[in-house]
Structure formats: C-alpha cells, structure tokens
Design a protein around this ligand. Structure first.
Ligand SMILES: Cc1cc2nc3c(=O)[nH]c(=O)nc-3n(C[C@H](O)[C@H](O)[C@H](O)COP(=O)(O)OP(=O)(O)OC[C@H]3O[C@@H](n4cnc5c(N)ncnc54)[C@H](O)[C@@H]3O)c2cc1C
Length: 374
C-alpha cells in the first residue's frame, strides 16, 4: 500500500498534522523512532497561553493560535485540559512597560479581580495581566488522541528516497512526506534552515496549597487539581543538548532551579515532586515557526545563481523537493501553535490554500545563498 502522507516525528506538530490530514480522508503513516510524544512534546507542561509581548505580527499569530488551540482541545479532549485563569507577572522592572502595552493592545477577555493565591510580596509589586482563561493540557494524552486515525510506525529514519512519484520512508511508501522532527538532526539536508535547540526541564508536583489559577513569571506554575497535583515548568538551557553532550544532565540541579524560581512567585507548602520531564524545543532565528514546502537549497542556487548576490527571486524560480513539507520551529509554544499550524499545512495540502508568507521555510534561503556566495 502507498500512503497519501508519511509524517516523520510524532510530537505535537506531527500528531496534529496527522489529525487534520486523516480528518480530510487521507491515509497517513506517522513514524517516530521512540514513540508518540517522546521528544520535546513529551516534556511539555503543556501550558496554553498567548505571548505577553507588545504589539506586532508575532503577537497576533500567537493570540490567534492560543484562541484556536484552547477551543480545539476543549471541544475534542475536554478531559485532557485544565482550564483556569492565568496571572502573568513581569519579571523585572523593565518588563512592566511591556505588560502594560500588552493589556492596552489585546482584545482577550480579562478578569476584573485578582484570584486569591499566596503570591510573594515581591511578585505582587510587578505589573500583571489577569487573563480569564488559559489551559494546561496533558501533552502525551493529546498527542496519542490526535494520532489515533493514523498508522503509527516505530522506526528511526536516516534517509528518505524519492523515485517515480513516491517516497520510500523506512519500510513504507508515501506520495508525500512531512518532516516534523523538532530539534533533532534533520532527515533531509536543509543548510539554509538553522533551528536552535533549547533544552528544558519541568516537573509534576503535589502541594497542600490550593492554587486556583495558573501563574507565569520566572517559570509557569499550574493551578492545582482536586488532589493538589500541579506542574512547574520549564527551564531554558541553550548549552545542554543530549545529542552532543559528554556529561549526563543533572536532574537534581534542574529540579532545584525550577522550585527556586517558582518560590520567588508563590508560597506553596509541602511540595512533593512526582515526576521530572526533560526535552528539547526547537526555535527559528526569527521566532516564527516553519510550515510548508521544503526547498532544495543547493539546486535553487544553481537554478538562480543571482541569489548569491542578493537578487530577490520569487517562489517559481526556486527548486523544491517534490512532495516534501515541514512543520517545525514552535519553540516553547508547540501546544499553543501546533493545532493551527497543522490545520494551515493540511489545508494547503488538501485544498491548495496558500500558507502565509511569514511561515514559509524558504524565507531563510536568500540569506544562506548570500553567505555561501561570498
Ligand atoms: C520542558 C519543556 C516544556 C515545554 N512547555 C511548553 C508549554 O507549556 N506549552 C507549549 O505550548 N509548549 C511547551 N514546550 C514546547 C513544545 O513542547 C514544543 O514546541 C513541541 O514539543 C515541538 O513539537 P514538535 O512536534 O515540533 O517536536 P518534538 O515533540 O520534539 O517531536 C519530534 C519527534 O521527532 C522524532 N524524530 C526526530 N528525528 C527522527 C527520525 N530521524 N526518525 C524518526 N523519528 C524522529 C523524535 O523522536 C520526536 O518524537 C515545552 C518544551 C519543553 C522541552
């Protein structure tokens, strides 16, 4: 059998893409070397909140993604999301202005009064946003449900080959391939695309202090459930990468860092760490995700040598790998952006709708071509 689509990588981006393509009637193979939500997605909290920045197109994309994903998870998997208000605090004096600007430019619903929570005096002195609704999703549960209608294949893909209109991907064949490999070594050379891997640690906890809302400041602290269970996440470590590290990751130190950061925001009593999670996020240089067709950088440069001198070329003069697509670069917001991005990709594949230019992975091609042309 030849699949319509093979997706490599079963994190939130691969699983959400699989969901929308199977909803559209496609036969999908979802391939991962470790399992569903084994990479960065398995480590995520996963908090669903907007980006608390000043205005701009990225803030707009994040707000749209946040509203879409909150509705998406709530409608489809209400048992896998904990909805609660969110208080977002500035971290230092300089951020107060940014938080004020966010409040002035957002249309998102706000609470009129601060929920009762034992915040520290230092934190209360900072500017804050009282968002009426935000979510904490069960990352592994959501990914597994999104993947249900696909065939899951456990395989480590080192190379893919295109021949006669069909891709060979490990043991299966597919008309097209979507790369959703997160911060891991890419299966196809993409020298023009640099993704930054950022290691992170988060924990599930139990506490005797009831917390009625999610809190964001130095880290995110989840509203507690019926038995006092919550979550704290996450650290950002740009230096540690398990793919190249010579020393094992220090779990104790990461846990201590998380608890210390949470304690600067809120006084939680009798905190017990139930489970540690660690993983890599992958972010792009301009903080926008990458969604769409994958260009063959070397072949594009041969076809349009003017690229090396900075000539502006349109998409038609670039060379693309046939039937090869990607979805990546969601940084610390994969569970916020993944569903909307996956729907965007699925609509482009199934209905021919254009992917917004800001997400197009070839946006990095011109800069790369100028660099190699020097
Ligand atoms: C600690 C931590 C906390 C986070 N908290 C949040 C949060 O609160 N909210 C939020 O929205 N986001 C959060 N994120 C970010 C979010 O998890 C990422 O944006 C998201 O996981 C990216 O998903 P992905 O599908 O692109 O990559 P991944 O989830 O990393 O999936 C990639 C998959 O590809 C597989 N793979 C790679 N190469 C191959 C190959 N050659 N063959 C087969 N399989 C392959 C890997 O095994 C992996 O399973 C957090 C991330 C971390 C690390």
């Amino acid at each position: 059998m030849t699949y319509d689509t093979a997706i490599i990588g079963a994190g939130i981006n691969g699983c959400a893409t699989a969901y929308f393509l199977t909803q559209g009637g496609e036969k999908v193979a979802l391939i991962d070397r470790e399992g569903i939500a084994a990479g960065g997605s398995g480590a995520a909290g996963a908090f669903v909140s907007p980006k608390f920045s000043k205005g701009g197109p990225l803030k707009t994309l994040m707000e749209e993604s946040y509203l879409f994903s909150l509705d998406f998870y709530e409608r489809r998997f209400p048992e896998l999301i904990r909805i609660a208000p969110l208080i977002h605090f500035a971290k230092y004096g300089d951020e107060n202005e940014k938080v004020r600007a966010f409040k002035e430019t957002t249309d998102l619903p706000m609470l009129s009064a601060m929920p009762e929570a034992p915040m520290t005096e230092e934190t209360k002195a900072f500017e804050h946003v009282l968002l009426a609704r935000s979510g904490l999703v069960n990352a592994q549960g959501v990914c597994a449900r999104l993947a249900e209608a696909s065939d899951f294949i456990l395989d480590d893909i080192n190379i893919i080959k295109y021949d006669d209109g069909v891709w060979s991907v490990g043991t299966i064949r597919a008309k097209r391939v979507v790369l959703a490999t997160g911060a891991y070594r890419p299966v196809v050379a993409m020298p023009h695309i640099a993704l930054r891997a950022v290691w992170g640690h988060r924990v599930d906890i139990k506490t005797s202090t009831p917390l009625p809302c999610h809190l964001h400041q130095y880290v995110s602290i989840a509203a507690t459930g019926a038995n006092g269970e919550g979550a704290i996440g996450a650290t950002h470590d740009v230096h540690y990468d398990p793919q190249t590290a010579t020393e094992p990751y220090d779990v104790e130190a990461g846990r201590a860092e998380l608890l210390a950061k949470a304690a600067k925001t809120v006084r939680l009593e009798h905190v017990e760490v139930l489970k540690d999670y660690t993983g890599l996020r992958s972010g792009s240089n301009d903080y926008y995700p990458l969604v769409g067709k994958v260009a063959d950088a070397e072949a594009s440069l041969l076809a349009a040598p003017g690229l090396a001198k900075g000539a502006k070329t349109d998409a038609a003069s670039l060379v693309y790998h046939p039937g090869l697509y990607m979805i990546n670069g969601t940084g610390g917001y994969g569970f916020v952006m993944g569903p909307l991005l996956a729907r965007t990709l699925a609509e482009s594949l199934l209905e021919g709708k254009a992917v917004p230019e800001a997400l197009d992975p070839t946006r990095f091609l011109h800069r790369w071509a100028k660099r190699v042309g020097k």
